[in-house]
Design a protein around this ligand. Structure first.
Ligand SMILES: [Zn+2]
Length: 425
C-alpha cells in the first residue's frame, strides 16, 4: 500500500492510495468514502443493482458488531468474508461498531471491548478479536480500542488517559498476534486515536500510535455535541498534525456533507457513507447541490431556479422550528410529504442514476405510502449515487482550487447545525 499526495491545499489532501488489496492492484482516491454495508451487503441492494450505481467506492465497510456472531461459521468457511458475502473483488475495511447503531457504554475493561450484534453483547479480548479477523481476512481492520472517553459523562482527564493507555495496550497486543499469524500478514491494522476531549491525551495517542507499524489511523470520538464543535475541530487539527503524511486518516461517525468538508480541511482522508443510508431509511432523497461555480450566489440560483431556492429557505426555517423532526436535514427532501403525490419530476433533475432516469417523485411517494420495499431500493440507488457524486465533486474542486466555493455552496444549504449523527457511544 502506498499513499501519494498530488496536492495539499490549506490542509486538504488530494491523492491516491495505491497497491491495495490481496493482489495489490486496487487504487482508492482521497478524499473519499467507504461503501456503507449491513452484514456485508449494501443496504436494500443486490450486488447486481450496486453495480449500476456510478462512483461506488473501491472499499466497503464491514462492521464487527454484525459479523462477530458468525465467527465460527466463517472460521469453518476458511476463505474469508469477502467471498462469503459475494464480494470477493471488493476491498474490505472492518470497523468495530456500526455507525448508525448506538452502542451502550460501560463495557470496556483493561482486557476486553464489547460489540453488540443481533443476539446481544459479544465480549472480545485481543486474542478473540484477532481470531475473528483471521476468519474474516479483511484488507484493513480497525484495531480494538477504548472509545468511551468521548461520552459526555466520562470526559475527565483520568478517563481520557485510561482510554489512550488501554488502546495502546490493545494495539501492541494485536500487532504481536498479527506477527504470529500467516493469514493476517495480508491485512493492515488501522490504529485508533483516542483521548476524549483532552488535548494532551489526544496528542499522546497520536504520537504513540504513529510510532507503531500501523497502516493508517482512525480518528475516533470526534462526532457529537454541536456545542463543542470548535473545540473538537481544534483537537482534530492538532491530532492530524502529529500523524505521518504517508498514511491514510479515517474518521468515524462523520458523514454529513458540511461536516465532511470541515474534516477534510483538517487533514482527514476517508469517511463512512452512512448518511445516504439514514436519509433513505426516513424516506428521504438527497437533493443538495454540489455543482460549484466561482460565484456561489450565482450557483444556487442557476442550479435550482427561484422555486427551489424558496423551497430551500422554507426547509431551513422548518429545520429550526421542528424540534420533533431533528433528524431531517436541509440536504434532502422528505418524499412521504403529500405535496409529492403529483410531482412528476425525477428526484433530482439531471441526475443520471437508475432511479431518476426511470421514475418520478410521485411514484416514489406512492411506494413509500404503500410501504413497498422497492421504495428503499430506489431511494438507496439515488442517495448513494448522489453522495458518491459529492465526493467526486470535492476532489474536482480541490484539483481546480475551488474548494472554498464548494464549501460556501454546501454551507448555504446546511441548516447551520453540526449534525450529531446517531453515534452516541
Ligand atoms: Zn438520481
Amino acid at each position: 500500500m502506498k499513499l501519494s499526495l498530488t496536492k495539499v491545499v490549506n490542509g486538504c489532501r488530494l491523492g491516491k492510495i495505491k497497491n491495495l488489496g490481496k493482489t495489490g492492484d486496487h487504487t482508492m482516491d482521497i478524499p473519499g468514502c467507504l461503501l456503507y454495508t449491513k452484514t456485508g451487503s449494501a443496504p436494500h441492494l443486490t450486488h447486481h443493482t450496486l453495480r449500476s450505481i456510478h462512483g461506488v467506492p473501491a472499499m466497503a465497510q464491514l462492521t464487527l458488531s454484525s459479523l462477530a456472531e458468525y465467527h465460527e461459521v466463517l472460521t469453518e468457511y476458511k476463505e474469508g468474508v469477502g467471498k462469503f458475502i459475494g464480494m470477493p473483488e471488493s476491498l474490505l475495511y472492518c470497523s468495530l461498531h456500526d455507525p448508525v447503531s448506538p452502542c451502550p457504554a460501560g463495557y470496556v475493561t483493561n482486557k476486553s471491548v464489547s460489540v453488540w450484534g443481533v443476539g446481544g453483547r459479544v465480549e472480545m479480548t485481543a486474542s478473540k478479536f484477532m481470531a475473528i479477523q483471521q476468519a474474516l481476512q479483511p484488507d484493513w481492520f480497525q484495531c480494538l480500542s477504548d472509545g468511551e472517553a468521548s461520552c459526555a459523562e466520562a470526559s475527565s482527564i483520568k478517563r481520557a488517559r485510561k482510554s489512550v493507555d488501554r488502546s495502546l495496550l490493545f494495539l501492541d497486543h494485536c500487532l504481536r498476534l498479527q506477527e504470529e499469524s500467516e493469514v493476517l500478514q495480508k491485512s493492515t491494522i488501522i490504529g485508533v486515536i483516542e483521548g476524549g476531549d483532552v488535548m494532551e491525551e489526544r496528542l499522546r495517542s497520536a504520537r504513540e500510535t504513529a510510532k507503531r507499524p500501523v497502516g493508517g489511523f482512525l480518528l475516533d470520538g470526534f462526532q457529537g455535541n454541536p456545542a463543542t464543535l470548535d473545540a473538537r475541530l481544534n483537537l482534530l487539527s492538532a491530532v492530524t498534525a502529529e500523524l505521518p503524511e504517508d498514511k491514510p486518516r479515517l474518521i468515524c461517525g462523520v458523514s454529513q456533507p458540511d461536516e465532511v468538508l470541515e474534516c477534510i480541511e483538517r487533514g482527514v482522508d476517508l469517511f463512512e457513507s452512512f448518511f445516504p443510508y439514514q436519509v433513505t431509511e426516513r424516506g428521504g432523497a438527497l437533493t443538495f447541490s454540489f455543482d460549484y461555480h466561482p460565484n456561489p450566489e450565482q450557483t444556487l440560483l442557476q442550479q435550482n431556479g427561484t422555486q427551489e431556492e424558496k423551497q430551500y429557505v422554507d426547509q431551513s426555517k422548518k429545520m429550526k422550528t421542528a424540534s420533533d423532526n431533528q433528524e431531517v436535514t436541509s440536504f434532502e427532501i422528505n418524499l412521504k410529504e403529500k405535496k409529492y403525490q403529483e410531482d412528476f419530476d425525477p428526484l433530482v433533475r439531471g441526475c443520471s442514476c437508475y432511479c431518476c432516469k426511470n421514475h418520478t417523485r410521485a411514484y416514489i411517494h406512492h411506494l413509500l405510502v404503500t410501504n413497498e420495499l422497492l421504495a428503499g431500493v430506489l431511494l438507496m440507488i439515488h442517495n448513494f449515487e448522489h453522495y458518491f457524486g459529492f465526493f467526486h465533486s470535492v476532489r474536482e474542486a480541490l484539483k481546480n482550487d475551488r474548494l472554498p466555493q464548494l464549501k460556501e455552496l454546501i454551507r448555504r444549504q446546511a441548516s447551520g447545525a453540526w449534525h450529531t449523527g446517531l453515534t452516541s457511544r
